[in-house]
Design a protein around this ligand. Structure first.
Ligand code: ATP
Ligand code: MG
Length: 252
């Protein structure tokens, strides 16, 4: 569904990912891990067609990204960022309806089918009763769900999320992770999300993609936990992390 082929990304002389290849399938929830500044957002931006590819290619649903016109790309990849939409007077259902833009006619008029998809998308994220609530009246967790509903309404096989659990408390982080897992499995989406929540990645994801500059390791979660990569990358002079038990230890 999503293939990186000998992909090199970076800015100017600085290479973040060098000649990386990986493949992600439909029905898979994948966490993208890496230290601050390792290139998670850069990779997600590149896959969503916004970044520059220095070498190699990205294939989406069998088509090369660079050959896809923007309107076609919008039917294959939906992106959710941490930017929070807080516009008073904008109903949740209006935000979700934005996801239908690639399909609505030139005046942007919604057909009955679009309205049905908007309602279904809100229902899938458990926000059906919020349709006529305005975006300024909601918590961060609720907003994040609405933004995911917008991505679902876009009806794409691939969904990318950049740190969707930032700003959420612990129960809501797990709830959001569980929602993404359910959507990947039940709706057969290929979902790739960046996160600093190692515990959520290790407990809820099917696979983990780990940026080990300038490499990208992609392994099923249990194998990644045993691989030692996470411990090596996420330790410093103050803390160490055990990926098999999910425990953090402070060094003396
Ligand atoms: P974080 O966990 O902090 O979100 P990240 O893994 O998402 O980090 P990126 O935002 O992809 O990291 O940035 C990777 C590196 O590239 C950083 O060192 C950043 O300063 C640099 N960078 C990001 N955007 C640009 C840009 N437009 N031009 C030049 N350098 C950039
Ligand atoms: Mg980032």
């Amino acid at each position: 569904m999503l293939e990186l082929e000998h992909l090199t990304l970076g800015y100017g002389e600085r290479i973040l990912l060098d000649n990386v290849s990986a493949r992600f399938s439909a029905g898979q929830l994948v966490a993208l891990l890496g230290r601050n500044g390792s290139g998670k957002s850069t990779l997600l931006r590149a896959v969503s067609g916004l970044g520059r590819i220095l070498k190699g290619s990205i294939r989406l649903a069998g088509r090369e990204l660079q050959t896809l016109p923007p309107d076609k790309l919008a039917t294959i990849v939906a992106t959710v960022t941490t930017e929070r939409v807080r516009i008073a007077n904008l109903y949740c259902e209006d935000v979700v309806a934005l996801g239908r833009a690639p399909y609505t006619n030139w005046i942007g008029r919604m057909q009955a089918e679009d309205a049905r998809i908007v309602a279904r998308s809100l229902g899938l994220v458990g926000m059906g009763s919020f349709a006529r609530k305005t975006m300024d009246q909601m918590s961060d967790g609720e907003c994040q769900r609405v933004m995911i509903a917008r991505a679902l309404a876009q009806d794409t096989p691939i969904i990318l999320l950049d740190e969707p659990t930032a700003f959420l408390d612990l129960p809501n982080r797990y709830e959001l992770g569980a929602l993404l897992r359910r959507l990947a499995h039940d709706e057969q989406k290929c979902i790739l999300f960046s996160t600093h929540d190692l515990d959520i990645a290790l407990t809820l994801c099917d696979a983990i993609a780990l940026i080990d500059t300038p490499h990208l390791h992609v392994l099923p979660t249990a194998e990644m936990a045993r691989s030692g990569h996470i411990e090596r990358l996420f330790r410093n002079d103050s803390v160490s992390f055990d990926a098999t038990t999910g425990t953090v230890r402070l060094k003396q």
